[in-house]
Write a protein that binds this ligand. Structure first.
Ligand code: NAG
Ligand code: NAG
Length: 604
């Protein structure tokens, strides 16, 4: 049977479902040709970088299932594992917070999120950098999530400082040794964070190279075990994982080592050698990663070949029904429905559907070039910043307004721009700061310096790339996740003709190519363009129509202040943080919502 025909068959088989569960207003999933999951002896479901998207993507059919649906899915998959006599473990690798109203819209943040998240029975869980930027976020992680997951929470290189006693202790246990339910396989699991340095002062991140020299680690990696599982808020191509791999492998020539990574927001998989495998499972609840390993896993049978398999499951009910072999009637479990209801209640109480205005069209971060009429950055530069970056006392003063592209985290879709959307596109509490009366010749060079990697890095140990969106980090590692080849499967461009049926338009989505191949995605999509964007954009306001001003106000998002000061210095203008003042009240998110309320139609 040709690949094409196999795909067509599974489309027809799976086209029969209607949908319940997910959030009340979530977009209905759209059928797609599917690739199945392969089960092995040891199987995993993996989430990472969910960033508060536990309600799913209400405007995107491919990712519209919620955390409650994932609870139902895991319940069914555990049952399948039991029936087969194999094992299934759930993993989460951090950055669960910041990026969606469900987490960000309450005061204090996460008022509903911690209780919703804990409903999933995750077997191995660790911390991401977003749990640590703000001291109060780290406090809540320590107060809620760590005890919620008790023995399943691992903090191999992370300490927490108790605010009362000032005592520093591990955020959670350093590693976990346990046995799987059905086969009683011994597992030694670690939970790492990359060498993050931007954390608040109530946590301490130990560089991975130091951690692997620690006595406890040296002992743990000498434990008798069938499998090592290393989870981490670390990209699978990053040095930190490779260092951990080398350390464990040196001591254990043939023990399988499985890695679960995140942080760079991409679907990716690789293998460091023939008995190791690593997967990263995307971002924002778009993806549920699947890894399985088959072959002889016992210590005593350690030379037999292993086979690994990975799948990136689009998080929607169409796919979850497909992989569980269930339908809208049989899929939602009581527990899953309860969690879906908890989320709906939280969204209602947080008024996340409150609409500021109706977006007249889609605005993209990276699906169109910048600048262009559908670029979200062009919208900011040409319309939003000129209208909101106004200090009433200095309204006529010429000014340059610099925003880092990383301050925008998501696309704007045509349709309702809600309270939820404000947190989705800009979860950070960015405010506008400025330095008054900067000589123009120096001020105008800042944007160029911010957009040229390298020079500033050497100067201050700050890496420019953190100004841009995290997705671009992975491009440097040359992961190409938009492949023209995958759409070549279909002769008529994006139109797939099932036998005797109507053509199906492939939905745009991930068409991943990783080190293993280009067959990782569960649903076959037409590919999405990816254009790189600069680190920063700049609006030039109230400049004289001719000639150059002598001085300008240099206005910028507070997050980039350290880079701006360095760039000024390199341009010959000495300023310190004492020279920086607040430019306008309110967060950028609030300013943008105000602009939308004024400029876009109230109703869709
Ligand atoms: C962290 O910084 C805050 C504010 O600067 C300070 O009050 C606090 O004592 C510091 N905590 C530790 C553990 O150093
Ligand atoms: C679901 O919620 C109902 C009503 O609150 C409760 O009685 C029941 O125990 C819950 N079931 C599960 C599996 O969480």
């Amino acid at each position: 049977m040709s690949l094409k025909r196999a795909l067509v068959g599974s489309v027809l088989a799976a086209l029969v479902s209607t949908v319940t569960a997910a959030q009340p207003h979530a977009a209905k999933p759209i059928a797609a040709p599917m690739r199945d999951l392969k089960w092995g002896k040891l199987n995993f479901l993996h989430t990472t970088d969910t960033h508060g998207w536990h309600a799913g993507h209400l405007q995107e059919p491919q990712y519209s299932a919620d955390w409650g649906d994932y609870v139902s899915f895991a319940e069914h998959m555990r049952k399948k594992a039991d029936d087969r006599g194999v094992d299934l473990l759930l993993v989460d690798t951090g950055d669960r917070v910041e990026g969606n109203g469900l987490y960000d819209a309450s005061d204090p943040k996460g008022q509903y999120y911690y209780d919703i998240y804990r409903e999933q029975d995750v077997d191995i869980i660790c911390t991401g950098n977003h749990e640590l930027y703000i001291a109060s976020t780290a406090d809540r992680e320590h107060k809620y999530t760590v005890p919620n997951f008790k023995s399943k929470y691992i903090a191999s290189n992370l300490d927490y400082i108790d605010p009362k006693s000032g005592v520093k202790k591990p955020m959670a246990q350093r590693y976990r040794k346990f046995q799987t339910k059905n086969q009683k396989l011994d597992i030694v699991a670690f939970g790492f964070l990359f060498d993050f340095t931007g954390n608040a002062n109530n946590t301490v991140v130990q560089p991975v190279r130091e951690t692997i020299q620690e006595e406890w680690f040296q002992k743990a990696m000498r434990e008798e075990t069938d499998v090592f599982v290393v989870i981490g808020h670390v990209g699978v191509q990053m040095r930190e994982f490779k260092d951990i791999f080398r350390a464990i492998r040196e001591q254990n020539p043939s023990t399988p080592i499985l890695f679960f990574g995140g942080h760079v927001h991409v679907r990716d998989a690789t293998s460091y050698d023939s008995r190791s495998f690593a997967i990263a499972s995307g971002r924002y609840m778009e993806t549920i990663g699947w890894m399985s390993v088959d072959g002889e896993l016992r210590k005593s049978e350690d030379e037999a070949a292993l086979t690994f398999h990975r799948r990136y499951i689009d998080n929607n009910l169409y796919g979850l029904h497909h992989h569980s072999g269930l339908n809208s009637e049989t899929f939602p479990t009581e527990h899953g429905r309860n969690v879906t209801a908890m989320i709906a209640k939280a969204r209602k109480e947080l008024e996340l559907d409150y609409t500021f205005g109706c977006a007249p069209k889609d605005y993209w971060m990276t699906r169109t070039p910048y600048p262009s009429e559908n670029s979200i950055y062009s919208l900011l530069e040409e319309e939003v910043l000129p209208a909101v970056a106004i200090n009433p006392k200095r309204a006529d003063v010429p000014r340059l307004v610099i925003a880092n592209t990383g301050a925008i985290r998501f696309d704007i879709f045509k349709g309702a721009f809600t309270r939820d959307t404000t947190y989705i596109i800009s979860p950070f509490l960015s405010v506008l700061s400025y330095i008054p009366d900067v000589p123009y010749p120096a001020a105008k060079k800042v944007i160029k310096l911010l957009n040229s990697a390298g020079k500033i890095v050497a100067d201050a140990h700050l890496e420019n790339e953190f100004l841009a969106i995290p997705e671009q980090l992975s491009i440097k590692e040359s992961i190409i996740y938009d492949t023209p080849e995958s759409s070549d499967l279909f002769e008529a461009g994006d139109l797939q003709k099932p036998l005797g049926g109507k053509p199906i338009r492939l939905v745009e989505g991930y068409t991943t190519r990783d080190d293993i191949g280009d067959d990782g995605d569960d649903a076959i999509h037409s590919n999405i363009n990816f254009y790189t964007v600069p680190n920063c954009i700049q609006a030039e306001l109230s400049l004289p129509p001719e000639g150059e001003p002598e001085t300008v106000d240099l206005v910028f998002f507070d997050f980039i202040q350290p880079w701006v000061l360095i760039a000024l210095r390199l341009s010959g203008a000495q300023y310190t943080k004492e020279d920086v003042q607040s430019y306008i009240e309110g967060t950028f998110t609030e300013l943008m919502a105000g602009w939308i309320a004024k400029n876009w139609p109230a109703k869709c």
